[in-house]
Ligand binder design. Structure first.
Ligand SMILES: *Cc1c(COP(=O)(O)O)cnc(C)c1O
Length: 396
């Protein structure tokens, strides 16, 4: 059995998204900047896609800028708000310790340029509060950027309340909504959001395309210089097929949020209930304020990497917060930020499911994970030490 349970990394494209793209890879190939009829057909398509994305997010079409994805949207939002602040001598930015690297690394860059960055700590479930944000805001604060939902542990932040605080204090509020859009209700007006990033491949759209919502009145700074596309704010010939695929996927996802949640959430809760029976394990992230498809757990005495490889042999695609990407042995900054010790954070597993998963697939995961955990523990020197009392268990 093959089970794809890594939707936090990327998703399978929906039929609707693929079908929405095909004509623009075939007959409708004009450049929307061209004045002839072929170009104008592409320009019209681009306009309808912008309208669709704007409608789904609750903003105006000209408040949407298409980008190459979530990372670019995060970069552009933060750099633009920072530049606006700098012109008024405001160079303080507030964020959290559990943001995506697209946010954290952009903030690192700004720090080197003389900005002062406050990273708010979260509680043990990954939550920050509006009160924390209110207390951190200073006279020279130009931007608050807090993610809508965390990509690793699935925690959903109190965005509306944080947005309210920022609005009251006149500080620009950006949110990385890449994991939230299309999965939970997101509306920039209701949620008091000034800037917001999304990425199509996280909601069954194509990779390499995203969008930045930027409220009228906040000037964007170009990350890509060149032609006058996207009202002069993002140069480069628009990727019309990808943009059409994103609009179709977002519309489909938003129309089906309630139905998808009703399907996915019980599967998530079944996974959590069953996998929690494994001794010396714990669920990471807030149980209530959580993305409908996210399961993140730690199992003591094992390595997440080995767990992933053995699950892959059983046909299960998952991910771990301990990925030794770029040769680093550091576990996930998110798991460390919520207070887990290194050795426990190394034994993490993220299962991110979608409406495409079936009950049978979930049962296959429920059968396989305990088998693999038991097998790995039987060979683990760390587990031996835990069992013999040489080391203390972290979870009861
Ligand atoms: C995936 C992701 C991104 C990056 O989006 P890309 O389109 O892959 O650049 C940013 N933030 C979060 C929370 C994500 O999950």
């Amino acid at each position: 059995m093959y089970v794809y349970a890594d939707n936090g990394a990327t998703t399978k494209m929906s039929e609707m998204a693929i079908n929405a793209m095909l004509p623009y890879m075939d007959n409708i190939y004009g450049n929307p900047s061209s004045l002839h009829s072929a170009g104008q057909r592409a320009a019209e398509a681009l306009y309808t896609a912008r309208e669709t994305v704007a409608k789904c997010l609750g903003c105006l079409p000209n408040e949407i800028t298409f980008t190459s994805g979530g990372s670019e949207a995060d970069n552009q939002a933060i750099i633009s708000a920072a530049a606006k602040g700098s012109r008024k001598g405001k160079k303080h930015i507030i964020s959290t310790s559990i943001e995506h690297h697209a946010v954290l690394h952009t903030l690192d860059k700004l720090k080197k340029q003389g900005y002062d960055v406050t990273l708010l700590p979260t509680d043990e479930n990954g939550l920050v509060t509006a009160e924390q944000v209110a207390e951190a805001i200073r006279d020279d604060t130009c931007l608050v950027t807090v993610m809508y939902a965390n990509n690793e542990i699935g925690t959903v932040e109190p965005i509306r309340e944080i947005g309210r605080v920022c609005r009251d204090k006149g500080v620009v509020f950006h949110t990385d909504a890449v994991q939230a859009a299309g999965h939970i209700r997101v509306n920039v007006k209701d949620d008091n959001i000034d800037m917001l990033s999304i990425s199509a491949h996280k909601f069954h759209g194509p990779k390499g395309v995203g969008a930045l919502y930027c409220k009228k009145g906040i000037p964007l700074v170009n990350i890509i210089e060149g032609g006058a596309q996207e009202r002069g704010k993002r140069a480069g010939t628009e990727n019309i097929p990808a943009i059409m695929g994103m609009a179709a996927a977002l519309e489909e996802a938003c129309e089906n949020i309630e139905t998808n949640t009703a399907k996915v959430m019980p599967l998530r809760d079944k996974l959590i209930a069953e996998l929690s029976k494994i001794p010396h394990s714990r669920v990471n992230g807030d149980i209530q304020k959580r993305l409908p498809g996210n399961v993140n757990m730690c199992f003591e005495g094992i390595e997440g990497e080995s767990l992933l490889l053995l699950l892959d042999e059983k046909g299960i695609c998952a991910s771990s917060g301990s990925a030794c990407t770029s040769g680093s042995l550091d576990p996930s900054h998110v798991l460390l930020a919520i207070g887990l010790p290194h050795e426990v954070a190394h034994g993490s597993l993220r299962l991110s499911i979608s409406e495409y998963n079936t009950e049978e697939e979930i049962d296959h995961i429920i059968k396989s994970v305990p088998e693999v955990v038991e097998y790995l523990r039987s060979m683990s020197p760390v587990w031996k030490d835990l069992e013999s009392g040489k080391r203390q268990y972290y979870f009861k």
